[in-house]
Structure formats: structure tokens, C-alpha cells
Design a protein around this ligand. Structure first.
Ligand code: ATP
Ligand code: F6P
Length: 472
């Protein structure tokens, strides 16, 4: 029988083993608690403290792990009635402003409670300043009444230079200031912060009964209080690893391997002679993109990635978690042979490539689960170059770009191409550099058995191609 495993929120708690027995969702280590728990992550903090950025990252991370999450941004609700307020709107002595802001918070919380009524909707983020104890108590009571757990996440930061650069980076282009001169917008935003400062109350011992995580100075200090369950602790651990230092992540598949040439999947083959050429030019390609920036190279434990990284003059680390998707009984076969020997499986994989698990092997979903520690480590790290495999690269790329589970297993990622990802506020910028070394294409289109085609002679390839793309 074809191996299809559907989404289950607790999947990431314990990676499924690679046996057929683990096919049943019950055998997947899904804690009942996780399936039943609904959590509202309540952001707390003055404006321009990175709350929305943190909220969006948490949603992207959870969605990548198949945990349905949604951000409710109170600013968007407020904008529906008051699209372009000036700072005085946020003055607490402005009664009309106060009423409108409370109404926006009410509308967001009401929508959130409705959203939680749908099965599988597990984590909501309430993104607002929630800057007073009274407001936080009100949210807690609303959530308690609906059996929704609350975890308050405060970002506290008093570094004036950082706040000013945050304002210039993201606030002057906010819809609140559409059409306004950036300097004037920055001045008004600074005044808006002053209004909030008058009433802002940080989380403290008066609120010792609340579950909270207080992130001080972008994680240089973190205080956690009453974290209750596994899912909450995963979110907190993720938050503790975030930083905002500028950096990039480079990802490349290994150089062309002997198996790529013969069209076989999996295995632990050596590089072909063209693969070795790619390994030789890779240091220059990296240098061209990274300059003299320090970086660390991560490879899988398979020979082809170590051979590809061989000439790179950086510290190297090999990870089992970066090994290629395990194709089980199909390991070593070509796609045409799989279609012939396992026609039902071949069809099932095309129908739902993300969830299809090879007999005795893995699915894309399984790979995402085992990559979770890699993502955590990537968030903690600065410049990293990952030399890995087609399926693994697609999963890592999907995390940064927020690609859907339907699309990501079909993403075209050629051999001998270096992808540079640079996280920015609210988006990741992408650049691709192609090496001037030809290679077969290992891409298999849906419904085809893929003839592995040669990309042509070196001289016909443009080199290098740099393309920029930013996705939210
Ligand atoms: P507002 O209340 O106006 O919505 P906000 O707190 O949601 O503001 P963001 O819009 O998320 O602020 O601000 C993004 C900026 O904050 C980015 O420039 C990002 O680099 C920076 N940032 C991210 N995390 C933090 C943090 N923990 N502390 C301070 N700044 C941060
Ligand atoms: O063909 C190269 C390869 O890395 C195989 O080892 C692996 O099974 C395959 O790509 C993954 O790609 P897909 O999921 O598209 O079959």
C-alpha cells in the first residue's frame, strides 16, 4: 500500500521512525495534550520593539511544522477605522482614541476566539502593544473563558539607537504614514512611542500568576515564568534563539554525483568528474558572494557533500539531520524503475508528494521534523553555508521563504547553483549564483519518470547569474 501520512500537529514532538508500523498517526507520539491545547501568544511591548517581526516568524515556524497558527494584528483592525492617525490619537487622555483602540482590540480578540473554534487551529498570536496590566488581565480573562491558554511574550528594549533604526527600517514605510515624508513620519512615530511610555507597565511580580517570557535587549537576557507544557516551551525556546544581527545563509546541493549521472536516487555515491569541478570552483563562488565574511560550513554525513565542501577554507560540521530524504526500498533505483516496480507508490507520491512516505523510508514531512534542530541552530547562528541534498534543501528553503507544502517538494533546484538567503525585517531576500560547470538535471516533473538531462557544455552557460527576489 502507498505510504501516505497526513498532517498531525504533534508530529514534530517525536520524529516518526522509518518503519511501516509507524504509519499510523497513533504511533506518532502525538500528545493528546498538544491536540487539545489552544494557545494565545500575547505580544507585549512598546512600539518598534520587534513584536510584529517576532509574531510573523513564530507563525512561519509553526506553519512549517504543520501547526496551524495565525497572527491577529490589532493595528490592522485599528487601521480599518483610523487609517492614518497622528501621535495624539495614542494619547491616553484622548478619550475617542482610547475607545477606538479598545474596540480594535475587542474585534481582534473576538475574531481570534472564533478562529479557535475550528479544529486544528492551535496557536494564535495577538499582536499589539498590550502595554498595561489592565489590558493583559482582560485578555487573560477572555481567553480563560474560552479555555485558551495564554503566554505573554514581552520584548523590552531601551537601546535608543536600535529603536531609531527600527523606526527608519520599518515604520516610515508603514501604511500609517503612506505618502508622508519619512523624517516627519519618524518624528511622529517617536512621539507615538512617548504616548505609550506614559502608561507602559512591564511584566513583573504583580503578574506572577501569568505564563510569560520576557525578552530583554534582543535576547541578551530572557526571563521565563510558569511555562506549562511542551508546545509553550518549544515556542519559548525558538524565541530565545532569535537574533537580528545581519547575516546570510548559503545553500547548495552537492556537486553532480555518479548516481545523478545514472539517474539513481539516494545512495552514497562519489562525485562525478563534473561534481569535482564544482567542488573546485565553489570556494570562488562563495567568496564572490560572501566576500571575506566569516562563515561555517555544514554538510550531511554522505560522501558527496563532504567531497563538495572539501576545498572550502572554513570550519566544517557534518550533520546526520542533513542527509538526503531516505527513499527506503527505492534507494538506488531510477524514477523509471520505481514507476515500473512500485506503480501505485509512484502515483501516490505524485498525488501528495509532501506526505508520501517511501516504503521503509521517509516523506518530506518526516524530513521537516528531523530538520527542526537544524532550523533552531540556524536561527542562533550567523553566516552559515549548507551543502546538502535536493529534498533537504527544499525543506530548508521552505522554512525561510514560507513556501507551501504543496509547492515546496516540486521546487526546481539545479545542481551547481549557490543560493544566498538574507533575512530582512518581514522577508527573506534570495540570490542565485550558477557555477560555470554543467550538470545533469535531476528534476522530475509531476507525472513524468524524468529522463535526467544534461544541462549542456560549460561554454553555453552564463556565469554567474545573480537574481534577486524577496518574498514575505
Ligand atoms: P508596533 O508596536 O508599532 O507594531 P513592533 O514592536 O511590532 O511595533 P516591528 O514592526 O516588529 O515592531 O519592528 C521590526 C523591527 O524591530 C526590525 O527592524 C527588527 O530588526 C527589530 N527587532 C526585532 N526583534 C527585536 C527585539 N527583540 N528588540 C528590538 N528590536 C527588534
Ligand atoms: O536525484 C537526486 C536526489 O537527491 C535523490 O537522492 C532524492 O531521492 C531526490 O533527489 C529527492 O527529490 P524528489 O523528492 O523530487 O524525488
Amino acid at each position: 500500500k502507498p505510504q501516505l501520512l497526513k498532517a498531525s500537529p504533534g508530529d514534530f514532538m517525536r520524529p516518526a521512525s522509518r518503519t511501516r508500523a509507524s504509519h499510523s498517526p497513533q504511533a506518532n507520539g502525538i500528545g493528546v495534550q498538544v491536540e487539545d491545547t489552544k494557545i494565545c501568544v500575547v505580544m507585549v511591548g512598546l512600539p518598534a520593539r520587534g513584536k510584529s517581526l517576532i509574531a510573523q516568524k513564530v507563525v512561519r515556524y509553526l506553519e512549517w511544522l504543520s501547526i496551524t497558527a495565525k497572527c491577529f494584528n490589532v493595528g490592522n483592525y485599528r487601521r480599518a477605522g483610523t487609517p492614518q492617525p497622528n501621535a495624539s490619537f495614542f494619547d491616553t487622555s484622548n478619550k475617542e482614541g482610547e475607545q477606538l483602540r479598545k474596540a480594535a482590540a475587542e474585534a481582534a480578540v473576538t475574531d481570534m476566539c472564533k478562529w479557535f473554534k475550528t479544529t486544528d487551529n492551535l496557536i494564535a498570536i495577538l499582536d499589539a502593544t498590550n502595554s498595561t496590566k489592565t489590558r493583559r488581565r482582560w485578555i487573560k480573562e477572555r481567553c480563560d473563558a474560552e479555555n485558551i491558554e495564554t503566554i505573554f511574550v514581552e520584548s523590552k528594549c531601551d537601546d535608543e539607537d536600535l529603536i531609531m533604526s527600527n523606526i527608519l527600517e520599518v515604520k516610515t514605510t508603514s501604511p500609517d504614514y503612506k505618502g508622508m515624508d519619512p523624517e516627519e513620519a519618524a518624528r511622529d512615530f517617536r512621539n507615538r512611542i512617548k504616548m505609550y511610555e506614559k502608561v507602559y507597565e512591564t511584566l513583573d511580580e504583580d503578574e506572577a500568576d501569568l505564563t510569560y517570557c520576557k525578552i530583554i535587549d534582543v535576547g541578551s537576557k530572557v526571563i521565563i515564568n510558569r511555562i506549562q507544557d511542551y508546545l509553550q516551551s518549544r515556542v519559548v525556546y525558538y524565541l530565545m534563539n532569535l537574533h537580528i544581527k545581519p547575516r546570510s545563509i548559503w545553500i547548495s546541493r552537492h556537486g553532480e554525483s555518479e548516481f545523478n549521472l545514472s539517474g539513481q536516487i539516494g545512495g552514497d555515491a562519489n562525485l562525478s568528474s563534473r561534481g569535482q569541478m564544482y567542488a573546485k570552483v565553489l570556494p570562488d563562488l562563495v567568496k564572490q558572494s560572501a566576500g571575506d565574511a566569516p562563515l561555517t560550513v555544514w554538510t550531511s554525513t554522505l560522501k558527496r557533500t563532504a567531497q563538495t565542501a572539501r576545498w572550502l577554507p572554513y570550519e566544517k560540521l557534518s550533520w546526520k539531520a542533513l542527509d538526503e530524504l531516505d527513499s527506503g526500498v527505492c534507494d538506488g533505483l531510477t524514477y523509471a524503475e520505481i514507476e515500473q516496480q512500485y506503480p501505485e507508490d509512484f502515483k501516490a507520491r505524485d498525488e501528495d508528494k509532501y506526505n508520501y512516505r517511501y516504503l521503509g523510508g521517509e516523506s518530506y514531512r518526516d524530513v521537516v521534523i528531523r530538520l527542526e534542530p537544524i532550523i533552531m541552530e540556524l536561527e542562533r547562528s550567523e553566516n552559515i553555508l549548507i551543502v546538502t541534498h535536493q529534498a533537504v534543501l527544499r525543506c530548508i528553503y521552505a522554512y525561510f521563504m514560507g513556501s507551501s507544502q504543496k509547492k515546496s517538494p516540486w521546487m526546481e533546484v539545479p545542481l551547481h547553483c549557490l543560493i544566498k538567503l538574507t533575512p530582512r525585517a518581514y522577508s527573506t531576500q534570495e540570490e542565485r549564483l550558477h557555477a560555470d560547470v554543467p550538470a545533469v538535471s535531476t528534476f522530475r516533473e509531476k507525472g513524468s519518470a524524468a529522463v535526467h538531462q544534461d544541462s549542456g557544455e560549460a561554454s553555453t552557460r552564463p556565469s554567474p547569474v545573480i537574481s534577486g527576489q524577496t518574498k514575505g
